[in-house]
Write a protein that binds this ligand. Structure first.
Ligand SMILES: [Fe+2]
Length: 312
């Protein structure tokens, strides 16, 4: 009998799984690793429950999926000097989104879409949990590909999306709330965004086909600059139309955190978001990133220096 227990994330969702029973000791077992990786490939995101809430467990779990990656931007706070690339975000900044003041609101995105290489995924853990809000949302590109209007989808079949790390936070260009303003933004966040103003842009396909055959609609509103070769009012309107259709048709899962949860998502397939929380409550998350690349991204100008950016 397997050491771990796997069950679906939810009865009404075509993606996601919940796994219990993973420990530091059994995470190095070949059979356990193979079982977890098969679930990951099939279901695209996993909520690991009843985990030991430690950096060592988070790293051990990450290594089930591959090697850890450092973070692209050196100013990003790190959780642990001994864990390369374990980022620590405390989401103190306050933004007004459609008339409501929130901390930690991040719209749908793909991590590091501004870069040429797309990391394999992230493993998130909550360090400080807000008593209200503070959920992490997940949406599956395979589900989206099947669900959106086929006529609109056909138009994007061979199109590429240009991304620029500068287009984040209040510089967001696509899928922008009607009202979105910084209320209390730390200088380090302003400086991090400013540092990306002139960095090279990346290009990724809007739709790609996995080795297993499924097509994935993979578009990040956060950091999107436009459609490659169509950065015109008409092209921008087409991309806004796609994003509105994605928002209308996506099946979402919003995770409410417990201290013993760890969640991984497939960054080649999923978008994720953060719901935001009332500014009076602190919220702190810690993430490891799994190295990898799907091989379909590139820099807009070949041979440019690697872009820097902020994965949130
Ligand atoms: Fe993210």
């Amino acid at each position: 009998m397997s050491a771990i227990k796997v069950r679906p994330l939810a009865d009404d969702l075509p993606f996601g799984a919940r796994i219990t029973g993973v420990t530091q000791a059994n995470s190095t077992d070949g059979d356990v690793r193979a079982e977890i990786n098969a679930v990951f490939e099939d279901r695209g995101m996993i909520v690991f429950e009843d985990m030991e809430p430690s950096n060592a467990m988070q790293v051990a779990l990450s290594k089930v999926f591959g090697e850890l990656e450092g973070h692209a931007l050196s100013d990003v706070p790190m959780a642990d000097d001994h864990v390369p690339g374990m980022t620590d975000f405390d989401y103190q900044d306050v933004f007004e989104v459609d008339g409501k003041e929130v901390s930690g609101w991040i719209p749908w995105h793909i991590d590091a879409c501004y870069a040429e290489k797309l990391n394999r995924g992230g493993i998130l853990r909550a360090i400080t949990i807000s008593p209200e809000g503070g959920m992490t949302g997940f949406a599956d590109g395979i589900q989206l590909y099947k669900a959106i209007d086929p006529a609109l989808r056909d138009r994007f079949e061979d199109l590429n999306i240009v991304y620029h790390s500068f287009l984040m936070f209040h510089n967001l260009k696509f899928g922008r709330p009607k009202s979105y303003n910084g209320i209390k933004v730390r200088q380090m966040i302003t400086d991090m965004v400013e540092a990306t103003r002139n960095v090279p842009r990346s290009v990724h396909p809007a739709i790609w086909t996995r080795a297993t055959g499924e097509k994935v609609l993979h578009v990040s509103p956060w950091q999107a600059a436009g459609i490659e070769g169509m950065e015109t009012p008409e092209g921008d309107a087409l991309l806004e139309e796609l994003i509105a259709e994605m928002n209308a048709k996506m099946a979402t899962y919003f995770h409410t955190w417990r201290p013993t949860d760890m969640v991984i998502w497939d960054n080649w397939r999923f978008m994720h978001s953060a719901s935001g929380n009332p500014p009076q409550y602190p919220r702190r998350m810690q993430r490891t990133t799994i190295k990898g690349d799907y091989g379909l991204g590139r820099l807009e100008i070949p041979g440019s220096v690697a872009p820097i950016g902020v994965d949130v």
